[in-house]
Design a protein. Structure first.
Length: 417
């Protein structure tokens, strides 16, 4: 099978760890029914830090893919080593700053719990470095290694979470499980990246490494990627933050529990994106067509979402009450079904966004930036009625997907491939 036709195979490999991420959430919801919100605050705080930094994955994959296309193994090695070294120091500085300032956890998320604050600061170090390692592996198309790296994090988190919960460590145990998973997965990624570059001539020469001077094009690409990912994160995650912390809406606990399943639909296409991204970049900068990869990736993503929607529609009344703490939250099974349907268009729009990022095309920003603002406004307008809010989010998600699709299709007229 040609390399460019292996998206499905690679996507399945990378998708396996998502099962363990879901298992961790379900485990913690049931083990910490009274304190899970504190752990969720810890996870949310890490997500706030990680979201703009996830642009580093696109940047590292973009740069590595172009060096692989050029066939310069020494350049790939130099970029790999300089990237790991630079962002390890940046992460260490960010972690120390977090510890010194008591970022977030000296306040309401964890009052009187300095240990949780210290764990958070340690996690920040790896949050900065992890997206770079992810992108380096993607750019080399080391999909087996990428799956191992992601799987190591997911399995370690669930395993350590179970062990620490059994030891009675409570919320701190859940946070330590996340930190331990970062340590294990980052170590695995560094070992994988130390191997020779496949399919590229030339030796790997760490001794020849010199840190490259910053380039305006790289900085511009990284900045635009960060803007795009931040806008998408607002579309994905801002609703529960607003409802819980600003509006204090009745039933927000059920809404938050329903989002556990909704997040599956957000993350389900990501393995396909991870497989598609470097292939699109390579073909685009080699002057070859790329839109057939978009249709394949979008079709696979739509099929996964459709199958998931059908399956959950029948399973939610039973599994929703069992796995999402239905005995604590009212109507969580039914609400999760409707929310999954509403969030699916956003997940498909994300495939289009990532495809454009891979090609260095940014016209879609004209849709998703104002779209993020409108989404926030909708949450405030419909906060008093969660069912109306979910309906509004679903309708607006279809609008966003349609507009981004039209932008991507129109972009085809102005650029080859």
């Amino acid at each position: 099978m040609p390399a460019n036709d292996k998206i499905l195979k690679h996507a399945i490999i990378v998708a396996l760890p998502q099962v363990f991420h879901l298992a961790f959430k379900v485990l913690m919801v049931n083990v910490l029914p009274g304190d899970y919100s504190r752990l969720e605050a810890f996870i949310a705080a890490l997500a706030i830090v990680a979201t703009p930094l996830s642009a580093l994955t696109a940047w590292a994959s973009y740069r590595t893919s172009r060096l692989v296309v050029a066939g310069d193994a020494a350049a790939v090695g130099r970029f790999t080593l300089s990237s790991v070294r630079t962002f390890a120091f940046v992460g260490l500085g960010a972690g120390l700053a977090s510890l010194a300032l008591g970022l977030i956890f000296r306040g309401s998320p964890a009052p009187g719990n300095p240990v949780l604050s210290e764990i958070f600061a340690a996690c920040v170090v790896f949050v900065v470095l992890s997206p770079v390692l992810n992108g380096l592996l993607q750019g080399r198309q080391r999909y087996g290694g990428l799956a191992l790296y992601i799987l190591a994090f997911a399995v370690a988190k669930v395993t350590l979470g179970g062990v620490f919960a059994a030891a009675g460590l409570g919320v701190n145990g859940g946070a330590l499980a996340i930190l331990g998973a970062y340590v294990i997965s980052v170590t695995a990624a560094v070992l994988l990246l130390s191997a020779p570059v496949r399919g590229v001539s030339g030796p790997f020469s760490p001794s020849a490494v010199r840190l490259p001077a910053p380039r305006s094009a790289q900085v511009g690409y990284l900045g635009l990627s960060a803007v795009a990912l931040s806008a998408m994160s607002i579309l994905f995650f801002s609703d529960v933050v607003i409802l819980r912390n600003m509006m204090h809406t009745d039933g927000v606990d059920s809404f938050a529990a329903a989002k556990i399943v909704g997040n599956i639909f957000i993350y389900a296409p990501i393995p396909i994106i991870a497989s598609m991204f470097p292939k699109v970049t390579e073909r685009h900068y080699s002057g070859e067509t790329t839109f057939f990869l978009l249709w394949k990736g979008l079709g696979l993503s739509a099929a996964i979402c459709a199958l998931g929607l059908v399956a959950w529609w029948f399973l939610a009344p039973t599994l929703g009450d069992w796995g999402l703490g239905g005995r604590h939250y009212e109507n969580v099974g039914v609400m999760s079904r409707v929310y999954c349907l509403a969030i699916a268009p956003y997940a498909l729009a994300n495939v289009l966004v990532q495809f454009s990022v891979a090609r260095g095309r940014w016209r879609f920003l004209a849709v998703i930036i104002p779209g993020a603002v409108v989404h926030v406004v909708l949450v405030f307008l419909f906060a008093a009625n969660l069912w109306s809010l979910i309906t509004a989010v679903g309708i607006f998600g279809c609008v966003v997907f349609t507009l981004v699709l039209l932008v991507v299709l129109s972009d085809r007229k102005f650029a080859r491939g």
